[in-house]
Write a protein of this length. Structure first.
Length: 147
């Protein structure tokens, strides 16, 4: 009976860990190495953080805004991990920032200062290890006249 129970639990673990083709999931392995949970990240952009939340989220900014925060909510971590924010201007990686995650629901952020030449499309990838767990993009427009 014990072997049957072990076989059923093992089969359930295998079936629940299968992803769609081409889809990778970051996982946290519990102490005994048996249970796995997906880690996910939601990404929001803004120019100000208040009480650990993004104020006035947007996907369009001006050089005159001065900076853009990438606010990320991580869910699914069961122990301390580290995530990375990779900031891309167009296709060029311009910055990588390592951020700690210390609970199952954790809010964290990084920022990019907007200077002349920052106009165009930006993307931030959020990675746990080498696995993409979230991403977002935004546009930066030239400084508005009169600013």
């Amino acid at each position: 009976m014990r072997r049957l129970f072990t076989a059923v639990v093992l089969a359930l673990c295998v079936l629940t860990s299968i992803s769609a083709p081409g889809e990778e999931q970051a996982i946290v392995i519990h102490r005994k190495g048996e249970r796995k949970l997906p880690i996910k990240a939601s990404v929001t952009f803004c120019t100000e953080i208040q009480n650990k939340e993004c104020e006035s989220p947007s996907e369009r900014f001006s050089i005159s805004d001065g900076k853009v925060y990438c606010h990320t909510t991580i869910t699914g971590a069961t122990s301390y991990i580290e995530v990375k924010h990779r900031w891309y201007h167009g296709d060029k990686l311009v910055q990588e920032i390592r951020l700690p995650v210390r609970s199952s629901r954790w809010r964290t952020w990084s920022l990019k200062t907007l200077e002349k030449g920052a106009e165009g499309t930006w993307k931030v990838e959020v990675l746990a290890g080498d696995v993409l767990i979230g991403e977002g993009s935004f546009q930066v427009t030239p400084q508005e006249e009169g600013n």
